[in-house]
Write a protein that binds this ligand. Structure first.
Ligand code: ZN
Length: 109
């Protein structure tokens, strides 16, 4: 497992994907989030859960691509799934790992 060196490396990866997926990003932050791995708003505000920094980079990529695709595809339907596969290959294992991590996460408060 390879984890992120720091916030900067994670943010740089987000911007790389945003560029590739042609998604405008106005503000980008990594912060403590209680119930979510990421959130976005259509005016370009993008937040990621800082817990991702301690997880495998592949999981970070999954969350980044997942969230960025929502700029153009608001649901998890057929189109979203096929775009996920185009960019990440078979992502089902990553999805499983992330679900497991969500279930194990102890979020105070
Ligand atoms: Zn989603």
């Amino acid at each position: 497992m390879r984890i992120w060196r720091d916030k900067q490396e994670f943010k740089a990866r987000v911007l790389e994907w945003a560029d590739k997926l042609n998604v405008p990003v106005r503000t980008l932050s990594l912060r403590t989030m209680r119930n979510k791995w990421a959130s976005y708003s259509t005016n370009g505000y993008l937040n990621f859960n800082s817990d991702l920094l301690a997880m495998d980079k592949k999981i970070g990529d999954y969350v980044i691509v997942h969230e960025l695709l929502h700029f153009n595809v608001p649901n998890h339907g057929k189109l979203w799934k096929s775009l996920m596969t185009v960019h990440l290959g078979d992502y089902s294992e990553l999805e499983r790992k992330l679900k497991r991590a969500s279930a194990n996460a102890v979020r105070p408060g």
